[in-house]
Design a protein around this ligand. Structure first.
Ligand code: ATP
Ligand code: MG
Length: 574
């Protein structure tokens, strides 16, 4: 292994993914002079999603492991005005995931240089101005079996091309009236090489360059030069760009052709990997934007959104996301990962770090009729059985408590071991209680459950007679509980593949109408009062919950980050 390798997991070479194998080999052969330089190039036209997290972990991860650099480069070659919000969110998300960029750069800063390179290509007879419309260009591209048709403008003299390109730049021509095309090969089996467009006319302002430009470079032309200018060594992108690679290389070779070695521009290596696809998850920025604009969700950071900020708000930790990305690795085959795998990484992480508390989502009042009025017991509860250093806390117990409605059944179903008339259960950390009756309102709704407790079971322990109970339920003291709104989340889409849309329908047909359930009247034990946004808890028996940003001083809002594995739900499905 090269000395440059600062790999904290010191993996055996055969365990490395194919991208890291290439990087290590290049370090060994000295291909890039021992340098490793990657970049993460988002277009600032939306929030980053979990697919971007895969790319971030790969690009920044490689830079960290091999003492290299990773640039954050905004791919802002499309004119757009307002994207400050996106830029801010992108930077916050990269940092939150635990990474630092070496340089923050804007592709639009390279417009002048790119223009000069284009002029150079025209002078070399490798680019020409075409007057055909976009439709004409498209229809003359040819088919998979037949080559394309050369544009009537393909053999324009260099001088004329230079003049027309200059006039395109100065704004003489309307949008769509001319383009600059690379002169490559209209018969190439690779469509991308059939004289691709390099520049188009767009009389639109750009957030960075204002009205300086009315021609804007196309992705394939621009991207390689951005990489080249930054002396990127490994330009990592997703598989769709595999057959763009010959074009990526062609553009740089075309500039270098005829230049003496010391004048040649840097030629990075493009490497493609499979993008992330997750079940029940839509990863198209355009569609995510539609969800936000049409207010189908609460915003880009809605806990149901697959954005990094959505996952964060839902209660995901950067550690869980990074562990997931590491686990799935990178390869060359597109596949669909199960969202439950990601959820398992979150459970594993929160299991280690989340404080356990008792919270009642749908409260049902229980009166312990033989418990003295006005008495309060302070019972000891364990903060985290997975982490002894987390210690213990006290939880108040009094005559009136709340339990969850689903922990009581007037007529118990088979194998139901929770509270029902005549049955005895353990109140977690507190006492054994036996149900003695119920109180109903005029409509027949149960408003109160009556129980008696056994003082000899304090702490929830078996009494001297060795009596055992089958059910343990959580509770909160009515007088001490904190009010909270709890939001439960289900997947945003009803289908594992949200893009699987029946003929004649819009993709929104797959939206899950029950993706959010708001429980406004939850009651949580007092230890959570004052909890700050983002704090993680495990509500015992209910799942992991995180304090939402909608929390106000008088009212906590919790999002369910992920459920626990519910043995009762499984039992019912049998
Ligand atoms: P758009 O939906 O606008 O085409 P995009 O998904 O390509 O956007 P970019 O902002 O251009 O988003 O992406 C930045 C980087 O993230 C690119 O290098 C891209 O390859 C990578 N990326 C985007 N989506 C995924 C994904 N699902 N899995 C892995 N990497 C991804
Ligand atoms: Mg893109």
């Amino acid at each position: 292994m090269s000395e440059n390798v600062k790999n904290d997991n010191a993996k055996a070479p055969e365990r490395l993914d194919f991208v890291r194998r290439i990087v290590e080999e290049d370090l060994q052969t000295g291909k890039w002079g021992g340098r490793v330089a990657t970049r993460f190039p988002p277009e600032p036209n939306g929030y980053l999603h979990i697919g971007h997290a895969k790319s971030i972990c790969l690009n920044f991860g490689i830079a960290n492991e091999y003492n290299g650099i990773c640039n954050l480069r905004y791919d802002d070659t499309n004119p757009a005005k307002e994207e400050e919000e996106y830029v801010r969110s992108i930077e916050a998300d990269v940092k939150w995931l635990g990474f630092e960029w070496s340089n923050k750069l804007w592709a639009s800063d390279y417009f002048d240089a790119m223009y000069d390179f284009a002029v150079e290509l025209i002078k070399k007879g490798k680019a020409y101005v075409d007057d055909q419309t976009a439709d004409q260009i498209r229809s003359s591209r040819g088919t998979a079996t037949a080559g394309g048709q050369a544009s009537p403008n393909r053999d324009r003299p260099v001088e004329e091309n230079l003049e027309l390109f200059m006039r395109m730049r100065t704004g003489e021509f309307p949008d769509g009236s001319k383009v600059l095309r690379a002169k490559i090969d209209m018969a190439s089996p690779n469509f991308n090489l059939r004289d691709p467009v390099m520049y188009r006319i767009l009389h639109q302002s750009h957030h960075n360059t204002g009205d300086k430009w009315c021609i804007y470079p196309m992705y394939d032309w621009a991207h390689g030069f951005e990489d080249s200018t930054e002396q990127i060594t490994h330009s990592i992108c997703t598989l769709e760009f595999e057959n763009h690679r010959p074009l990526y290389d062609w553009f740089i070779d075309a500039v270098n052709e005829g230049r003496p070695p010391e004048k040649r521009i840097w030629h990075p290596q493009q490497i493609e990997f499979a993008r992330l696809n997750l079940t029940y998850t839509m990863l198209s920025k355009r569609k995510l934007l539609a969800l936000v604009q049409e207010r189908i969700v609460r915003g880009w950071d809605d806990p149901r959104m697959p954005t990094i900020s959505g996952f964060r708000r839902k209660g995901y930790t950067p550690e869980a996301i990074r562990a997931f990305c590491k686990h799935i690795g990178v390869n060359k085959f597109n596949s669909m990962h199960d969202i439950q795998l990601l959820e398992n990484f979150l459970r594993d992480d929160l299991n280690k770090r989340a404080t356990r508390v008792m919270g009642v989502l749908r409260p049902l009042k229980v009166v312990i009729t033989n418990y003295p009025e006005g008495q309060v017991d302070q019972l000891e509860a364990i903060n985290n059985p997975e982490d002894a250093s987390a210690g213990t806390r006290t939880v108040p117990f009094s005559r009136e408590i709340y339990i969850d409605r689903e922990d009581f059944m007037e007529t118990p179903a088979p194998k139901y071991f929770r509270l029902y008339p005549g049955n005895e259960v353990r109140l977690r950390y507190a006492y054994f209680v036996r149900c003695t009756g119920v109180v109903k309102d005029a409509a027949g709704e149960i408003t109160e459950v009556h129980c008696t407790y056994d003082p000899a079971t304090k702490g929830g322990n078996s009494p001297p007679d060795g009596r055992k109970v089958k059910g343990t339920i959580h509770w909160v003291s009515a007088a001490h509980a904190v009010d909270a709104e709890v939001r439960l989340y289900d997947y945003l889409f009803t289908k594992p593949d949200p893009e699987d849309v029946p003929e004649g329908f819009d993709w929104k047909v797959n939206l899950n109408p029950k993706s959010e359930t708001v429980l406004p009247g939850a009651k949580v034990e007092p230890s959570v009062s004052g909890a700050t946004v983002g704090t993680h808890y495990q509500f015992e028996r209910q799942g992991y919950f995180t304090v939402d940003k909608d929390t106000t001083p008088g009212r906590l809002v919790f999002n369910r980050s992920v459920g626990l594995k519910d043995s009762w739900a499984k039992e019912q499905k049998k």
